[in-house]
Design a protein around this ligand. Sequence first.
Ligand SMILES: NC(=O)c1ccc[n+]([C@@H]2O[C@H](COP(=O)([O-])OP(=O)(O)OC[C@H]3O[C@@H](n4cnc5c(N)ncnc54)[C@H](O)[C@@H]3O)[C@@H](O)[C@H]2O)c1
Length: 271
Amino acid sequence: MKNLKGRNVLLTGAGSGIGRLMAHYVADEGANTAIIDIQAEALAKTAKEVRLRKVKVKEYVCDISDCVSVGDVVARIKQDFGQIDVLINNAGTVIGKSFFDLTLEEMQRTMNINYWGHIYLTKAVIGDMVARNDGAIVNVASSSGLIGMPILSDYAASKFAEVGFSESLRRELKKFNYTGVTVTCVCPYIIDTGLFKGFKPMAMSPFIKPEVAARAIVEGLKKGKPYVMLPPLSIYSSLMLKLLPTPLFDWILKMSGAEKAMDCFEGRKSC
Ligand SMILES: NC(=O)c1ccc[n+]([C@@H]2O[C@H](COP(=O)([O-])OP(=O)(O)OC[C@H]3O[C@@H](n4cnc5c(N)ncnc54)[C@H](O)[C@@H]3O)[C@@H](O)[C@H]2O)c1
């Protein structure tokens, strides 16, 4: 989807971080946006900012982990916008506790937001996209969806699921010749939004600026890229290292500080 002008974009998690920035950037491209978040006040702030451009923007407060609410909200968005051309599944959460301390409810909530929420939304929009053989889906996963790390077991599980889902869906669309519908899977390392406050990045892999990440995602969407790895060099080299014998790869991760990265994690206390 080279040109977003006049297209209708549904973007989740637009109340904060890279979601808020992407709302700005797609509006800069002339797209109309339906923005979703669970936090009403933060979402209203994004809507107010984006409305300054001459594009249509409407906000919808919704908990994406609630399947029924997602169905209702997508029906409202279709009424308000006509059709949805682009879905950006961005909303996400992280708890940052050891597996031994996580409750089952906490683990289920992570999965319900980071994985199931994205599935509910994709299910609700993909039928129309394949009928038109036109559309784009962007799933914001994580480098934690490629390599598992301590204190992130629930988060990594949800993001591995997201990566597997994105890859399978992309190949399935190709198999059935729906080549006009693209799927982009985004795997960032650490972005300086506050979601991972207290995280200590590995040597040679500093925090990514939110603006850089948001721009790269919008560019990836426009090019229909299967993957947006951020930063590409560090993610692809980690994937190459994964081919090494596991004890050696574990040792390299330990030496680079990955094992202790979550030791002082604070995250977003409010989420
Ligand atoms: N920040 C990072 O270091 C990082 C790294 C890799 C991947 N990611 C992923 O990028 C995405 C965006 O992260 P961010 O850093 O901008 O985080 P953020 O906390 O700034 O923004 C996430 C937004 O999602 C919303 N949200 C959370 N649960 C929701 C729910 N149930 N329903 C609707 N909205 C909900 C929040 O209210 C918030 O506005 C997430 O999926 C995250 O996992 C972030």
